[in-house]
Each structure stands twice: as structure tokens, then as C-alpha cells.
Write a protein that binds this ligand. Sequence first.
Ligand code: WT7
Length: 647
Amino acid sequence: MGDRNIDALLSEQRRYPPPPEFADANAGPGFYEQDPDAFWEREGRERVDWFTPFSTLREWTPPYAKWYLGGKLNACYNCVDRHVEAGAGDKVAFHWEGEPVGDRLAVTYADLQRRVVRFANTLKKIGVGRGTNVAIYLGMVPDLPVAMLACARLGAPHTVVFGGFSADSLASRINDMGCQVLITQDASWRRGRPLPLKPVADEAMTNAPGVRRCLVVRRTEVDTPMTAGRDLWYHEASAHVDDDAANCPCEPMDAEDPLFLMYTSGTTAKPKGIVHTTGGYLVGVATTHHYVFDIKQSTVYWCAADIGWITGHSYIVYGPLCNGVTSVLYEGTPDFPDKDRWWDIVERYGVTVLYTAPTAIRTHMKWGPEFARRHDLSSIRLLGSVGEPINPEAWVWYRTHIGGGRAPVVDTWWQTETGMILISPLPGVSTLKPGSAGRPFIGVTPSVVDDHGYPVTPGEGGFLVLREPWPAMLRGIHGDPSRYLATYWSRFPGDYLVGDGARVDDDGDYWLLGRIDDVMNVSGHRISTVEVESALVDDPTVAEAAVCARPDELTGQAIVAYVTLKGGRDGSRQAVATLRQHVAEKIGRLAMPANIVFTPELPKTRSGKIMRRLLRDIAEEGTLGDTTTLADPSVVEEIRTRAAAAA
Ligand code: WT7
């Protein structure tokens, strides 16, 4: 986040007390006075159904936590079957809206159960059972949540890989997790055109020989290569498969059995497989969803994220379905066929809660409020934000133009690792401050510390750390316990290092200040500088590369790459295009640098370390830091000139 935004946060004085319509909110006055253990004990018993009740609330052997020990449950049963058994089979689980206009489907809880059972039985036919790892590479089609729930029903851990990731990224995740089955689709709709996914999956499978079977969901009519003996069309494989839930029981899982892995970027080139388990995760996401979004029987909830990220797992699939809510699931982009598509959806389904990212809000802001004005948005009663710090200007625009000047905006802070929202205002309790994520949720004990791990005084910035465990906390990094310790627990022993800077004000409200490590946040997507650098140096023409982020009005941050070509060659316009394409192929389009600056040399210290801080300063067009340790100070001027030319 740029300095300008931090200044805006520091001087923000606007206050919005809870509106009278929230007098009967799920969380009212006194909410924070509850005893955390009693709270999580009660939520654990009441919010989910257990096949065997848990005997111990939690066990904390830092840095490993266990929750709801001894309990047996199934996430799919809680998200689907129990609602049908309770008589809510006719309630809409999700209104699915395809990207092509008019392509829509209402899926009730009873429909969802039949779809999930059919999917689970099809998976069984190809040998998936308890403990079989499954990779899912699908766009936002109904089969995505269905496939996840089918895996959960069978006790098969899944990893969903966002459709924007490349074949290499997909293969490395499949290999790291040891997936035997891959579920994908022919192509997904993207701004009116089919974007092929199966060919990417094919390329991934050539480097992931562990995949025995590939199930392919048909979404478009594009020609799709199929490999005999390995690939199966889902509609064919499932054609005569039983969809009666009575014949496909939900596997009783231990509270601590893994539910899924979600890969996320860290400070090295290799993404981390974050492990989430069944009991604590489900209780954590369903509970926070209920209180933060003030979920009622009548709520029509829309989290406009992609299920391929943790936001979608926790707050499109597991949290909302566990709470039996009606949701919207949208396949496409916000500007297809026109820039009012989201508002058309809000009006059509009477959305009452909308949850999105600051980058999307800023995009709508740029397009102008007239697109929202074309529609009746009066159904909206609550708005949410997630993914990056929200600048007060975007916050106020969101409340004014989307929330009718009435709807509270809850800025929810959390991470892939935390699994659930940890810091957020509560609409019936909190006085809102644009740009602040409010207070820690019950039982969450953050602290802001200095370089030495001592708490800073209120108002000062520092490193955000977390002390006590929470139910949906990660249970480690798949296959790499030492990386788990090194990444989160070594800087300040005993505390979980978040990786964000933060400040607490006199009221105890948190203001998030952006990442403090080599992780960038582009449009709410987490990208590692090192990962992009290694993709660049993988190109045969590149000698060296250094990557950093600069502030960007729309995407929050944008990627700037400084590249030295082999043989001291100068970069051409063509070289820029080739390198960007190379990064797209190695990682995915989301990691493509916005700017590439070719430079004959990178600034280094005398010991040969690249001076990233300096490059960041140049990228931010700010003042230069101390350059006295630089081996050759003239490099800086050179880069500066070239950066200005490349911008
Ligand atoms: C990082 C986590 C949480 C799901 C989406 C991203 C940033 C997230 C906020 C917020 C300020 C935020 C942090 C965090 N972040 N939400 N409300 N205010 N920053 O999940 O990919 O794991 O990224 O996103 O930097 O560490 P993720």
C-alpha cells in the first residue's frame, strides 16, 4: 500500500454507528463480553451436527492447535443433507448465473444433494475414497461446489486450483499433494468467449504422472482432446449413477482430518499447501459468517469472489452452505455484456449481503455510479470487503452508491492460513471507521509489535502477530513442517507472524497497513516477488531479475520487474511482451508484470545482495533510501531514467 493511502488512513475521522435496522443483529451489545472458550464450545455444539460429539474443546501445543477433539462429523452432511432432512430441501442453495445472459439455474438444497451424491458415486467408480487426494481445476460452474462437497462426503481431501493458473502451477500443486484424480472442464466462458481449461490440464498432466483419471465437465461446445483410458466426460461417467443419498452415506471424519489444501504464495518460489481440517474449520467459517454478515433465514447472500481462492472456500461454499443460506454464484466478469452486470444480478435475486474486494469496488468507481443507478439496489442491507486494505474513498463510495448511503460496510481481515475472518467490525455492534477492520473476533488475540517483539504504543505501526489459536487455524504446510516453523513462528517465538503491518487506535480498532514481506497483493491476489523473479530468469534471455510492487489505483499494487538481459543486450518492446507471456505460462496471467524495466545492472550491496528496498523506492517514484552500501551508485540513476521511460 502506498504512503498516500496510509496518510489517508491516519487522518480518517468519519464515524458510522450501527444503524437502527441492526438492533436485532445476530451479534448485539455484550457480544464481546462472552468468554471465548464458552463461546466456541457452544458454537461447536450448536452450529454443526456431529456424528460423535467432541470431548475436548481445544489442545494447544504451539505451534500446533487441535480443536473439537474426539468429535466426528462430515462437512458435506452439514452443508447439504442436514438441511434437506430438516425440511429445507426446497430452499434455494444457490442462484447460479452463467456468464452468457439468460443462462441461469436455481439449485435447491434437495437438488444440491442429488448432484453431490451423483458426483460422489461417480468419483467412487473411479476409485476415490477416504484419503484419496483430488485436484479440482474448474471455473465458477455449479459442478465446482458440487465436486468439493462430493470429495468432502467421501473423505477425499481436495485442492481447488484457480482457473487463471498455468499448467506449471497446476502440475506443481497436483504433485505436491499427490493427487490421483483431476476434475476439470472443457472451457469456461470469459467475456463471451470460451477459455479452454482442458488443454491446460492436459499439459499439466504430462508433468503430473500420478493422475490416473481426469473427469471433464462439459460447459461449452469447444472441441476437447480426450485421452482414452485416463479422461472421462463427467456427463457420460455419471449418466447411470445413483443419486439417492440413502445409498451414499457421508463418511464420518475426525474433527482433525484434513478437509482441503489451499496453495498460497510465500516468500520463496514454491507455493505452500496450507492444511485445513474438518471440525474447527467448519465451525470457524460458519460462525464468523453468521455473525459478521448477520445472516437471517431470508438473507440472499453474494460473495463475488472466485471459489478458487480461500475466500470462496470459506465464504461461498463451506460457511454459507453450513448455515443453510441462499447464495448467488456468478460465472463471469463484472463487465459482460456491460458494466452493470453485477447490479443486474443484485436486483434480479434481491441480494441483501454483498461481499467483494477493494479492487472490484475501485473498478466500479472508475466506471462511475451510473451503472449501479440503472438498477434497484434497495435490497442491499450489508456490504463486506476483503483481500487488501480498503482506502477510505472506496469504502465511502461503496456505502454511498451500492449501499444506498445506509448499509454498513464490514472490512474483514484474514488470510488463507487463518481460514476464517479474524478481525472485522460487527454490523450491530461496531461504530465503523472507513479503512479500519475493527476489532478481533472472539478469542482472537492479535498484537502489534516492534522489531524486537515488544508491543508498540497505540497509534504506532508495527508487525501484526497472533497469540491464541482459533478454530479454523491452519494445521501446517503440507509435507513441510520446518517451513511452517520458519515462516510463521521463528521471527517472534511463540507468536504467529502474519506478514502484515498494522496499527491499533485508542478504541482498539485495527488498521491494516499492507504486507511487510516479499509478498505482493495485486487485485487481492497474493503473489510472491521471488516466484515472479524465478519465472523471469527461467527465460533463456534473462540474466537477472528483481521484482517489487508499486501502488496502483485500481489493483492496489502492480508488479514491476527489473530485468538484466544476457550479454548486456537492450530490451525491445517485443522482449517485454515475450517476458510477460513467459510469466503467464510459468505462473498464470495474474502474475504478469505491469512494467518491465531493462537495466544493464541491478543495484547490489558490496556483498552482492540485490537492494530491493531501493528498487521499490524507484518503482514508487518516492525518495530514494540510503545508497551508501551500493557497489556502484551510478546504477541507480541509470535505472531511474529507464524506469521513467518504461512507466
Ligand atoms: C493477505 C492474505 C482473506 C482472503 C483473501 C486474501 C491481505 C486480506 C485484508 C483486509 C487489509 C487484507 C493481507 C493478508 N488482506 N484482507 N481486510 N485489509 N489487508 O487471502 O491470499 O491469503 O491474502 O491479504 O495482506 O495477509 P490471502
